[in-house]
Design a binder for this molecule. Structure first.
Ligand SMILES: *[C@@H]1O[C@H](CO)[C@@H](O)[C@H](O)[C@H]1NC(C)=O
Ligand SMILES: *[C@@H]1O[C@H](CO)[C@@H](O)[C@H](O)[C@H]1NC(C)=O
Ligand SMILES: *[C@@H]1O[C@H](CO)[C@@H](O)[C@H](O)[C@H]1NC(C)=O
Ligand SMILES: *[C@@H]1O[C@H](CO)[C@@H](O)[C@H](O)[C@H]1NC(C)=O
Ligand SMILES: *[C@@H]1O[C@H](CO)[C@@H](O)[C@H](O)[C@H]1NC(C)=O
Ligand SMILES: *[C@@H]1O[C@H](CO)[C@@H](O)[C@H](O)[C@H]1NC(C)=O
Length: 648
């Protein structure tokens, strides 16, 4: 029976009458969020502004409270209206109840004052009472002195900026020179990095690399959806019209976005795919040994970490000057404190296993991807024969399917991350599903393994010259694939419907299968684009315009929480990419192999010598090599294709 209902629900979002209130009834409830004006409060010297989470109670039986409780019980789509949030300017609104000053804040006294203050209104207007669950008070913004870390970070930023300016000015004159200082400066040239950014895909390389154009399109579209979803999350911390937000849950478009959390699979699949595919191309000319494994890891770490460290540093130091507001301590303050304490977990890419840290929560993905990258690299290095892969990859896939199911069963979790209003409000802090299945590395193994497998298969089919054109007659299946993919994402909304919790079987099955299924569709789509099975969808995702946002997507993702919205994220990502990410990447390359620059303008030559190794600069490198025996390292780095590897 339940299966049947699920099927029905996939066809059209149904599931009976949602418990609803008409506007008159809705307005009988006390507002979920309400606050005194913060700026006005701080006109006073000694202002005390507090936010408090309150519990609505009643001493006597109250039909109103019963109605509120019933409405709130539908907690997948409704806010909890028995849990109110109030911002109180104690030194103005409740002068008669509170005597203290900003200098002498006493939590007990403040709690009592807030309770008395809010209760005056609550009892008069609604006949109800509140109890304070917790409160947090803001001091005026002036109490945030600069410390040593702030100065250190400012110096780092200044140095980067100066290097940018110097590099940009120097490049037209000395860009061709080969000495170390010239090369170092050119790393920071904004003009140079801009040219790289807008360069066509995989210019002057193996034609097989150019077939990967579609990755940029897929990546850009996915990251846009992800940032959109996150910006919606950022909006509900404190809103005037929660009922409007609740109504959004009925919109099908929004359901896809809320379920968009499974879209993160796209990146995992592409990451796995690129790891294997690029490494196989690389292995045509270089020997892969067990020693390649640490190199893979070190290179990835060096590539991702410098821009990450800059954002992390800014979060710890200057972020607190970015804005000021009543929710600051709650939303940003905790993050800053955790970052001060747990920054090392972020830089080691293990922060998705540290539940006590809220430092840059959204970077769980970068950690997960890195962990799976290690697994993928290990598989690649160890399983050099097709036979071993045929054993290892299915084993990994099965493990990847079973693990989320078992964890869901053991911990009684949800089948997917339920993006309910209250969960968003608390930034998923109280959601075990978020902690234990959504953001862990081992629970995302299946998607990555699918990516690895498609990487091997694609390479193999190309190598053997398998005739894929015979599949062209099924090309109409590709738009259909897009539809099915959207359907799979959308199917998560069965958990958003206003119904009793689903049975364990459905939740376990969902937790195991949905994400891998979506990942499989993405992998399949990628293969059809690479082999040019269809033209309509392919032309869309291979559009040249996707490449620029795709290349700066790591920058965009890193800083999305600071800024929020898609366009703004991308627009600020652009200078961040040009000023920080690209130059630091160049410098890393320079130190490791001495040639950060691609040869501009000679791409025609390179096309001709496709399969021969790109001319690898000069004697200087040989000198470096003698000091550091990093030959393979250097060659991996010199290859833009490895650089492309598994970027977000
Ligand atoms: C809202 O519902 C209440 C109770 O069901 C009813 O008395 C009232 O007339 C309704 N108001 C409107 C505007 O429909
Ligand atoms: C709403 O919040 C109150 C207070 O925190 C809590 O006791 C209650 O269980 C919550 N209701 C639902 C349906 O989550
Ligand atoms: C919704 O309420 C149910 C029952 O009170 C509770 O088990 C569940 O955790 C709540 N979900 C959210 C997202 O608060
Ligand atoms: C405020 O201070 C006055 C005088 O110091 C005192 O009489 C009064 O009880 C205090 N009120 C509160 C609410 O603490
Ligand atoms: C806060 O106020 C309460 C009651 O007035 C008092 O008992 C307590 O000692 C005070 N705490 C501090 C830290 O001053
Ligand atoms: C989940 O992780 C957050 C930190 O990211 C932590 O504060 C919270 O307590 C954890 N929740 C559960 C249910 O473990």
């Amino acid at each position: 029976m339940e299966k049947y209902i699920v099927l029905l629900c996939l066809l059209h979002s149904c599931y009976g009458a949602i418990y609803n209130l008409n506007d008159t009834e809705y307005n009988r409830m006390p507002a979920k969020y309400k606050g005194d004006l913060y700026d006005k409060c701080h006109w006073d010297e000694d202002a005390v502004y507090c936010f408090a989470e309150l519990n609505l109670v009643s001493d006597t039986p109250s039909p109103l409270l019963t109605m509120i409780q019933e409405y709130s019980a539908h907690n997948t789509t409704h806010f909890n209206y028995t849990k109110l949030v109030r911002g109180v300017c104690l030194t103005q609104t409740c002068k008669h109840l509170y005597n203290g000053t900003a200098a002498s804040i006493n939590d007990t006294e403040i709690g009592i004052a807030i309770e008395a203050c809010v209760n005056e209104e609550m009892f008069k207007d609604y006949g109800l009472k509140i109890k304070v669950i917790r409160q947090f008070c803001n001091q005026p913004p002036k109490d945030k002195p600069l410390d040593t870390l702030d100065y250190a970070m400012a110096i780092v930023c200044l140095v980067i900026l100066l290097a940018n300016i110097a590099g940009t000015i120097y490049e037209p004159f000395g860009g061709h020179r080969k000495d170390f200082l010239s090369r170092f400066l050119v790393c920071f040239s904004i003009r140079n990095n801009w040219r790289k950014l807008v360069a066509p895909v995989a210019r002057g390389q193996d034609p097989r690399m150019r077939r990967l154009k579609s990755i940029h399109g897929i990546r850009t579209m996915s990251i846009t959806l992800v940032i959109m979803a996150h910006s919606i999350l950022a909006c509900v911390a404190f809103i005037d019209n929660p009922d409007y937000f609740e109504k959004l849950y009925k919109s099908n478009m929004l359901k896809v976005i809320f379920n968009g959390m499974s879209i993160m699979q796209t990146f995992l699949v592409m990451s796995g795919f690129l790891l294997v595919y690029n490494s196989l191309l690389h292995a045509e000319k270089h020997k892969i040994t067990l020693m390649s494994f640490p190199k893979y890891i070190i290179l990835r770490w060096l590539r991702l970490t410098p821009p990450y460290a800059v954002v992390l540093g800014l979060t710890i130091t200057w972020m607190r000057y970015l804005t000021d507001g009543p929710l600051w301590q709650e939303v940003i303050g905790n993050e800053v404190n955790d970052c001060k304490k747990y920054w090392w977990t972020n830089l080691l890419y293990i922060n998705n296993y540290f539940d006590e840290s809220q430092c840059m929560q959204h970077t769980w993905y970068i950690a997960t991807d890195t962990q799976l990258y290690c697994v993928g690299a290990l598989v690649f290095v160890l399983c050099s024969t097709p036979r071993s892969r045929k054993i290892v990859l299915p084993l990994l896939l099965v493990a990847g399917l079973i693990i989320p199911g078992v964890i869901t069963y053991m911990l009684n979790l949800d089948g997917t991350l339920i993006v309910s209003p209250e969960a968003i409000h608390s930034l998923f802090l109280n959601e075990p599903t978020f902690n234990y299945t959504y953001r862990r590395g081992h629970t995302n193994l299946a998607g990555y393994t699918i990516g690895l497998s498609f990487g091997y298969l694609t390479y193999h089919w190309q190598k053997k010259g398998v005739d894929m054109s015979r599949f062209r007659r099924y090309r109409f299946g590709v738009p259909l694939l897009v539809l099915i993919g959207t359907g799979v994402v959308y199917s998560g909304s069965i958990f958003f419907e206003d119904v009793p919790r689903h049975s364990m079987y459905i939740r376990v099955a969902f937790a195991s299968l949905q994400k891998p299924l979506f990942g499989f569709i993405i992998g399949l789509g990628l293969v059809t684009f690479i082999f040019k099975i269809d033209d309509i969808v392919r032309h869309i995702v291979e559009w040249q315009g996707w490449t620029v946002p795709s290349r700066i997507s790591y920058s965009a993702y890193l800083q999305q929480m600071i800024v929020g919205f898609v366009l703004v994220s991308f627009l600020t990502a652009l200078p961040f990419f040009l000023i920080v990410e690209a130059p630091l990447g160049n410098v890393t390359k320079l130190f490791l192999m001495g040639s950060p620059r691609e040869k501009d303008g000679d791409n025609k030559e390179n096309v001709k010598v496709d399969h021969s190794k790109k001319a690898l600069s000069d004697s200087e490198i040989v000198a470096i090599e003698k000091i550091v025996p990093l030959k393979t390292l250097r060659e991996i780095l010199s290859d833009e294709r490895t650089y492309e590897n598994s970027r977000v």
